[in-house]
Write a protein that binds this ligand. Structure first.
Ligand SMILES: [Zn+2]
Length: 288
């Protein structure tokens, strides 16, 4: 299809961009037409069920299309576009090494550097309290299918960086008893950043691909039944392997981010340029 681009070797890259609903609804016709039969459409138009994405019983008798639909979707797209919120001190390592999964040891080193004035015993206590998350989160990278939703709804990664580091800082103190709110110190280093990443579809775990397939089927069903559920949600991805640097397509530094950890609910970011920003003031994707 002409709307898809090619990579450096000339291979067509078919990217699912969740923000472009019209495009992915059109793509359904290309890869799933034999599954979504006139009989199924007629049944939906007659019964007009609510087409949720978590419970697929609205497909009454046709639930077997779900895994087939997922397989076809996964074969059709080569990449899933997603966004990673972060607050790095420099973006150059991302562009050199790609996105590397969570590493508690490097986060702990950062903690000790940033909170060098805090007694070591207190730091060790906080580190120990977080140890239960260390192995379960090791090597993972979290991404969101829609950057606008991330900036509005879960922008704390952009404001404070790693959630693991944020949780460690919270263990040191959140300002409740009059002490310093240590979380706010994370805002004094790094640059609030959104990375635009085209994840190779093979790196996305099967269960997450199935979730995306169900979300697309749900939207398709709502169109057929003309019963919109008025639910705004986008896929979330947890990738368990490194994502190569060439998958990073762009980045920007949002000016305003919804802030759940402060009495002022809008975080204003005054650093909107970094050494990795393209020379033009236009970064190629819309800053929020
Ligand atoms: Zn930049």
């Amino acid at each position: 299809m002409s709307s898809f681009g090619r990579d450096r070797s000339g291979m067509v890259q078919k990217v699912l961009d969740w923000r472009n609903r019209r495009a992915w609804l059109q793509h359904v016709r290309w890869y799933a037409k034999p599954l979504l039969t006139p009989k199924l459409v007629a049944a939906l138009e007659r019964r007009k069920p609510q087409c949720w994405s978590d419970v697929m019983d609205w497909l009454a008798g046709h639930e077997e299309v779900v895994p087939d639909f997922c397989d076809r979707m996964s074969s059709y797209y080569t990449h899933l576009k997603a966004f990673h919120g972060c607050r790095p001190e420099s973006l150059s390592t991302y562009y050199e090494q790609g996105l590397q999964g969570q590493d508690a040891n490097s986060i702990i080193l950062k903690l000790k550097k940033l909170f060098a004035d805090v007694p070591l015993a207190e730091l060790d206590k906080a580190i120990e309290k977080m140890q239960h998350r260390e192995s379960s989160e090791k090597g993972k990278t979290w991404l969101s299918g829609d950057d606008r939703e991330m900036v509005r709804g879960h922008g704390h990664y952009i404001i404070s960086g790693s959630e693991y580091l944020l949780a460690l800082a919270a263990k040191l103190g959140t300002g409740q008893g009059g002490e310093e709110d240590y979380r706010l110190r994370l805002r004094t280093i790094g640059i609030p950043t959104v990375l635009e990443v085209d994840i190779p579809i093979d790196l996305v775990p099967p269960a997450q691909k199935l979730e995306v397939a169900k979300m697309i089927l749900s939207e398709w069903g709502q169109l057929r039944t003309k019963r919109p559920l008025d639910m705004s949600s986008s896929p979330c991805y947890v990738v368990r392997s490194d994502i190569p640097a060439e998958c990073i397509k762009a980045h920007y530094h949002p000016a305003r981010i919804h802030d759940f950890h402060h009495y002022i609910t809008t975080y204003v970011n005054n650093t909107q340029r970094c050494e990795c920003c393209p020379p033009s003031p236009c970064n190629g994707i819309a800053a929020s």
